[in-house]
Design a protein around this ligand. Structure first.
Ligand SMILES: [Zn+2]
Length: 499
């Protein structure tokens, strides 16, 4: 959502810097060499288990006395046994009813909750390192973001637009080969953007033929999804959507020149940022014209949640099976009066990234009071879409001004869905099952059922009682391999903003 963000960016003061003792690991060339050497050593040994972050790895693991929470059961299942065999959920049921083989590694989870690994769909491997006054630049977070995602329980992600496509491909390859920790990745190609684009790192496509060429090129490289961006014209979008669908691939969009209605009628599969990017309610909007941001925002301010216009658009999206991605977590950073990021999130950042975030947070508090009711309305519209039967999915969009860091921001998104009025169980469903449905992987992941991949998150608490417990991630299992969340977080201190 860089476009909206740029309008709000201002240079700022440093007065909000907290006193913290930080032990950055990324800034030291020596530590980076050591990290690289460790990676090579583990690769040479041909064993993923030499990752120091792996805490459980056995052919047979029995999680006992666990509370299970997922969308396949209406209430939490207490005192359960969950058996992991060869990376899959082999069996689950009440303690005593599932026989635990003698050779199983048994883990007592009394008082803890197991939820499915999160499946979130507006993720990025890049992070904005400069912004405002005509400059917007991102760095690829090839080291820290995969680790942060996994540390915070995301076991499958769809990237939501690429800046360095070859780096994204290589990161996916390394993760899949077990050479580095990270989530399973579903890649979206470089943005399909119109002209003029304000971002030098994006390519503005020439016309419909160019769009078709790009879709086919990136599809050949293994990208499985495409993202239309703000300045794209309707005819170019139509060509891109048709070309992607011909390959059986999906298209999402953070659009603006096009309305949500136009995109839905062209057959788009998914729209990003809830209703934040909708220009449908701008009176007198001309086709292929981008309204000024202030006008588009004012149109949302005037919109009533229970108006016929809102109802009609939601009905259209639901009937056309257009999924909607909630990214409240990145939008929150532009709203006055919202809490500052937790210390452990700030610790993940490099010093310049942290200063930039703190400055931006202070500025938002001073200047963005008008965002408070708008944020509430965006929440209400997302809940309305969900209640109407729409496929609401969740994303982090870890761009912004540092307010949504990969992983940490993802967990914040689940909390914000609950703040929007979803029950904690529904919020978890949106960030697990619904994401899996959108990606067409719901037979393998997204809920706790025998036969599915053992992609699980162990929480030290009960998120149904307090959604904030979603942050208490202890262990994350991906295909049955357990990663220590704390060790993963420790390994990226000071990295966000650098790599
Ligand atoms: Zn994005």
């Amino acid at each position: 959502m860089a476009g909206a963000a740029i309008a709000l960016a201002r240079p700022g003061s440093r007065s909000y810097l907290p006193r913290m003792s930080l032990r950055p690991v990324c800034c030291s060339p020596l530590s980076r060499t050591l990290v690289a050497a460790g990676g090579l050593a583990s690769f040479a040994l041909g064993a993923q288990e030499s990752h120091p972050e792996v805490s459980f790895r056995a052919p047979l693991i029995a999680l006992v006395h666990a509370r299970l929470v997922d969308s396949s059961s209406p209430a939490a299942r207490e005192d359960q046994t969950l058996l992991i065999r060869d990376g899959k959920i082999a069996a689950l049921g009440p303690f005593g009813k599932v026989s635990v083989p003698q050779d199983a590694r048994t883990v007592d989870l009394t008082g803890k909750t197991v939820i499915p690994g999160l499946v979130m769909v507006h993720e990025h491997l890049f992070y904005a390192v400069s912004a405002g006054a005509g400059s917007f630049h991102t760095n690829e977070m090839d080291y820290s973001f995969p680790r942060l995602y996994l540390a915070c329980g995301l076991t499958s992600i769809r990237t939501g637009g690429s800046i360095e496509p070859y780096a994204d491909m290589e990161i996916k390859r390394r993760i899949d080969a077990g050479e580095m920790p990270g989530p399973k990745m579903h890649l979206t190609a470089p943005y399909i953007e119109g002209s003029p684009t304000p971002f030098a790192q994006l390519h503005a496509v020439g016309g419909p033929e160019d769009a078709v060429k790009l879709v086919n090129y990136w599809a050949d490289q293994g990208f499985t999804s495409f993202k239309l961006y703000v300045h794209l014209r309707r005819d170019v979008a139509a060509a891109a959507i048709a070309a992607a669908h011909q390959r059986g691939l999906q298209v999402t969009g953070h659009i603006g020149v096009m309305t949500y209605r136009e995109a839905a009628e062209l057959g788009i599969d998914n729209l990003e940022h809830g209703f934040f990017a909708s220009t449908d309610f701008v009176r007198g909007k001309k086709e292929n014209e981008l309204p000024v941001p202030a006008v588009a925002q004012a149109s949302l301010d005037e919109l009533k949640v229970d108006s016929p216009e809102a109802n009609e658009l939601i009905q259209l999206l639901v009937s056309r099976h257009v999924a909607l991605t909630s990214t409240l977590t990145v939008i929150e950073g532009f709203v006055a009066g919202r809490p500052i990021l937790a210390a452990r999130v700030l610790e993940s950042m490099s010093e310049p990234a942290r200063e930039k975030y703190l400055t931006f947070w202070a500025r938002a508090n001073e200047h963005n009071a008008s965002m408070v009711p708008r944020f509430r309305k965006l929440m209400a519209l997302e809940k309305k879409f969900f209640d109407a039967g729409g496929l609401l999915v969740a994303g982090t969009d870890p761009t912004g001004w540092g307010n949504a860091v990969a992983g940490h921001g993802s967990l914040r998104e689940v909390e914000l869905l609950a703040e929007a009025g979803l029950t904690p169980a529904q919020a978890i469903q949106v960030a697990t099952t619904n994401g899996a449905k959108l990606l067409g992987i719901d037979r393998e992941v997204g809920s706790l059922e025998a036969g599915k991949a053992a992609d699980l998150v162990v929480l030290a608490g009960n998120p149904l009682q307090s959604i904030g417990d979603i942050r208490k991630v202890e262990t994350v299992f991906k295909d049955g391999v357990g990663y220590d969340s704390g060790r993963l977080l420790d390994s990226v201190r000071g990295c966000v903003g650098i790599n």
